[in-house]
Design a protein around this ligand. Sequence first.
Ligand SMILES: [Zn+2]
Length: 434
Amino acid sequence: MALTLHFSRSAMSLHRNLLLLVLAGALAAPAFGAARLTYYNNGVLIPVAWPDSSFPIRYAIDRRVVQAVPQVAAMLDRAAKDWSAIPDTNLGFQSLGTVDGASAGKDGHNTVSMADDLFADQKFIALTTNWYDDEGRIIESDMQIDPSAVSGGYNVQQLVEHEMGHILGLDHSAVLSSIMYPYVGTGANAVTLDSDDRIAISSAYAKARPAAGGTLEGRVYGDSGGIFAAQVVAVNDQGQAVATALSDKAGNFTLPGIPDGTYRIYAEPLDGPFNVQNLAGFWQSAKVTSFPTHYADGGPLRVESGHIYGNISVNGSGVVTLNPKWIGAWAPGSDSASLQAMPAILHAGSTTTLGVGGDGFISGMTTFDVPSSGFHRISDFKWAGNYVSATFQIDASTPAGSLVVMVKSGNDTAALTGALRIEPSLRTRGVKKG
Ligand SMILES: [Zn+2]
């Protein structure tokens, strides 16, 4: 399966004369949770968002997109429904239908248009451009779809869901199973918003302030102080990657909107398969520090809605050579192993062989586990080239969601966050037509 990067550009800032208002507004709203499009102005991080009064966001579809992708209006409708269904938010979209001559560019109209192969050489298959003012308020957003998205057989439903996440102000996510992960596959896999996608939106557009859920605050630090652009992950007691955030220049992070439950928090470097180059704006300036994946000090944390848990400290010191980048799942006994930087889709109740590969894998030494009580390893590890594999039985009761794979080699640990996505058990998927 070929992979294609798509690309989001968060465009120019307007109205430089509103600088003072920007600072006042931004200090009043300092939260910058998971995967938001964020820019940096005079020492202040400003995540962009539509003002409440913008909803429903109205968009027109250029006729040429409909000619290239006849189902595009229905796909956009479905994406709008998925994002709008996130609880406790006031999101909404409204299609203005098909128009002639719509094109990207700041003209006061949100449009979906063709990209005319502009990005073909760069292997981008879609692009969303947001315009915002100096207070981070989005005022217009245009989506462009490249013809190669269609001719290449990519999952266009997944693509438009992803671009609609950009329209709402989300940046890319390093969680492989997230809609905001910057790669899209071919085929027609089910498209599901990930917990990381939903929490980023519910914190940005909560009906009530503060947003529901608990807030985790802390710092990732290494031998020379705070670590910039570390991915901080909250994992629940079922091994699900529930939400992520990036640390700022001082190493500080905020994870808002965390549902009630027991969590462990770990930090990992953005050193592939997802890199800071996959992010827009502010985060691109981060100099990446590589460090071993570490859990926060102090063990599991019981989180209750409405509470803030501060001073969470993650020690990211040390040098690392272990770096998992690829995952694969195949039938036990099959010799057609295939690993890629895309999530493996698994069904509860199945038995499957999982393979993990990357840098620093050592035969006879590197192993991995899935920290979920529903996963039981039923074979020895097998090493081949730069990957290791083992067969697992997955309980039928394992809940749907995104799981983490933890790789170990000697004293090194490294996470592949969202490497597995659990779909409901095949046995319960029969739907009677009526
Ligand atoms: Zn994107």
